[in-house]
Design a protein around this ligand. Structure first.
Ligand code: AMP
Length: 383
């Protein structure tokens, strides 16, 4: 199938097509072209797709269509379970379900930790067609007998690689014991490591394997640049970078403490910013993300886990204040920019103690990142 194939030929219903049109999407992304027909056919699917490829719609759209023809859900039951690694991703996937399902009669909700469980208990107890959940909170709701997975029809694991990284494997295995044998399984993961393949073997039956694009292709459409700087000069260089532009930037810090410190420095210098990390309450995280999305702040300083999966339309710039220890995280980080084909740039500030990490990253992305001159930051903006 060609990449330019229109949504209409993927077999989606008119009501979904009008929801898609309302979003302004003119053509499906490659992962949507490959995954949507397979999901509609009832196949198990294993998809290698990073955030930014349109992967959420690739499973949400056909799921909505399948639910359109089925009976109302019984109380305390769930028809489709979408497991995700983080609260932010749960909220975001639910938002996609609500947006694309605007014309459908479906009950959907998201459950995740860090917030009061009672409203979630009441909500799931009534029965939900689509439940988006982080593994821990789901287990809690199951233990309290608020929800049952006995009549589950479709199981989705989104960002499966990150779920393993975050240590959710035991929780996933426990949940797998509670779902019916006969069900459809969809697994989405940025990478398919041997570990993920092993997990897939225990979950999927003869899955159709789809890949969004050659590995790390996001890297090719993003303009990457690095500045070699002394550790103690990093915050000054960051300030110059940000003061020379009105563009919004997502800045990555390796530690929560570092993110807080940096946010303080930036705000002191009139660069409006907020921090997003695991020590912040859910309310604080949502407030920071909303402020950033509504352009009320220029900078969001985030740690890898907190930033994972957050969807910000057309983010122009990602800055690595510290390089990540895991080279794959570099690809995840810079994938926040240049989303769905838009141009983006990624800038890294690299100190001498980070040379080893830099080498590992350049080996992974199979290219050497262009070096910029710090002296030129103030006058000519790196493009
Ligand atoms: P995802 O990979 O699911 O995180 O999606 C990344 C972004 O692409 C989201 O902001 C979607 O709204 C957007 N998107 C999804 N499908 C399409 C499409 N067919 N055309 C344009 N944008 C899309």
């Amino acid at each position: 199938m060609s990449e330019t194939q229109q949504f209409i030929s993927l077999g989606l219903s008119d009501s979904l097509l009008s929801a898609i049109q309302a979003q302004g999407y003119t053509q499906p992304t490659p992962i949507q072209v490959k995954a949507i027909p397979a999901v509609l056919d009832g196949e198990d699917v294993m998809a290698a797709a990073q955030t930014g490829t349109g992967k959420t719609a690739a499973f949400v759209l056909p799921i909505l269509q399948k639910l359109g023809n089925s009976k109302p859900v019984a109380s305390g039951m769930v028809k489709v379970l979408i497991l995700v690694p983080t609260r932010e991703l749960a909220a975001q996937v639910l938002e996609s379900v609500t947006t694309y399902g605007d014309n459908e009669k479906i009950k959907a909700c998201a459950v995740f930790g860090g917030v009061n469980i009672n409203p979630q208990l009441q909500r799931v107890h009534k029965g939900v067609d689509i439940l988006v959940a982080t593994p821990g909170r789901l287990q809690d709701l199951i233990d309290r007998r608020a929800v049952s997975l006995q009549s589950l029809e479709i199981l989705v694991l989104d960002e499966a690689d990150r779920m393993l990284d975050m240590g959710f494997i035991h929780a996933i295995r426990k949940i797998l014991k509670l779902v019916p044998q006969r069900r459809q399984n969809l697994m989405f993961s940025a990478t398919f490591s041997p570990e993920i393949r092993n997990l897939a073997k225990t979950i999927c039956r003869n899955p159709v394997e789809v890949e969004s694009a050659p590995r790390n292709s996001a890297v090719e459409i993003i303009h990457q640049q690095l500045f070699e700087v002394n550790k103690e000069d990093k915050s000054g260089v960051l300030r110059s970078l940000l003061q020379g532009t009105t563009d919004q930037a997502l800045v990555f810090s390796r530690t929560k403490h570092g993110a807080n410190k940096l946010t303080k420095i930036l705000n002191k210098n009139n660069i409006m910013s907020s921090a997003l990390h695991g020590n912040k309450s859910q309310k604080q995280r949502t407030a920071a993300l909303d402020a950033f999305k509504q352009n009320r702040i220029q900078v969001l300083v985030a740690t890898d886990i907190a930033a994972r999966g957050i969807d910000i339309d057309l983010l122009p710039m990602v800055i690595n204040y510290d390089l990540p220890h895991v080279p794959e995280d570099y690809v995840h980080r810079i994938g926040r920019t240049g989303r769905a084909g838009a141009q983006g740039r990624a800038i890294s500030l690299v100190s001498s103690d980070e040379r080893k990490q830099l080498k590992a990253i350049e080996r992974l992305i199979k290219q050497s990142i262009s070096r910029g001159l710090v002296a030129e930051i103030g006058s000519a903006q790196p493009v």
